[in-house]
Ligand binder design. Sequence first.
Ligand SMILES: [Zn+2]
Ligand SMILES: [Zn+2]
Length: 431
Amino acid sequence: FEEYLKPRAAAGLADLVVTGVLPNASGLYRPDLLRLGGPGVPALHHAPAVDALLLSHAHLDHAGHLGFLDERIPTFCSPLCRGILVALAGSRGRDFESEFVDFRPRPAFPDRRGLSIPRRFELVEGRFQVGDLSCRALPVDHSMLGCVAFLIRTSRGNVLYTGDLRFHGPEAALSEAMLDAARAEGVWLLLAEGTRLDVAERRTEADVFEECLAAVRGASGPVIADFAPRDLYRLATFLRIARETGREMVILPQDAFLLKELLGMHPLVPDPKRPPIVILKERKMSGTYSEKDYQKWERSVLAFPTARTLDELKPVRDRLILALSFWDILNLVDLEVGADALYIRSSSEAHSEEQALDDRRLDNWLTLLGVTRRIQSHASGHAPQPDLVRMVQTLRPEVLVPVHTARPDLWDALVPEVRVVVPAPGATMVF
Ligand SMILES: [Zn+2]
Ligand SMILES: [Zn+2]
């Protein structure tokens, strides 16, 4: 799938199951979608096959398919995780693939337009219960707020799922506290992420701050900061740089909407109504900034005193840090950004052919606009090999099940004292 080749809502789950995007598992999916049938789609079930979904965080490689889950299965996650999903769904408009918090039953007949079924969330912090299983949500540091690891007590021993995590970010103390707590409880089986199991590099958010601060200090024109807008740690880094350099920080309406939804839930969430934040009012539809050009959720943040149009920003463009990515590049045309601009890429390298192609397009755009000063400065949301090995050595599990990694084969040599069992797609693991 890609931009113009999307799974068809009208085909229910068929496109997603045929491509293997969703596993062909029974008892998991929404009955209204299963009833639509299709090649390879599992048969309709009476009762769900699982009791609960434990969701570590709101990144889309974890939560992206939540909308397809049988609505009778409750999702256990942190309050911040749900807050982020609500904001994401609220600012994307309703589409088949972003029905994280509620959904329109299919087939979506016109007379059922207003009908939406809410998904059940159980917001957890610390200890909680799923049926007769005692569980614990343990907060960890990652490139998103509200991430947790899960510890589940079973009759055989404790199972720990790490979620995505790092030990070098602004809230590294959380990950260390998780390790202490899990070690104290004892871990029999460890489901460990290993995104960067083949990497030793350990650049921190503080490194990004120092590098970018120096670069922005040396810039005379506008600064374009290209980073994942939902990483509020990175946003905090650039807000600090904006304050230190007397600049304003321009963010998009969807980013402001996320801040509005999360305000008060974590000390790092800045108030989008206050400087140095500026909310960019882009040209849409009529091109005249008319109220009617914007959706309801957009109007809710564009009503803030910090909202400004591109025309209003143009005269002060040299005092701005613009949090924009490839997809928003055309705003730079309106701002008449040129040779005095600095472009900071503050995200990871391209992971796919498509992303590499987008990078080339971005390069071409920047060249066309005359932006020649470009730097790269990033710190990963994932722990590198030395920290992952230390984690396993600290927890001393009997069994290690590698997940979220392209290199599960590396674990054996790194922790020879632990039995490593690599999961296979579609196979049930029995211990
Ligand atoms: Zn993640
Ligand atoms: Zn992930």
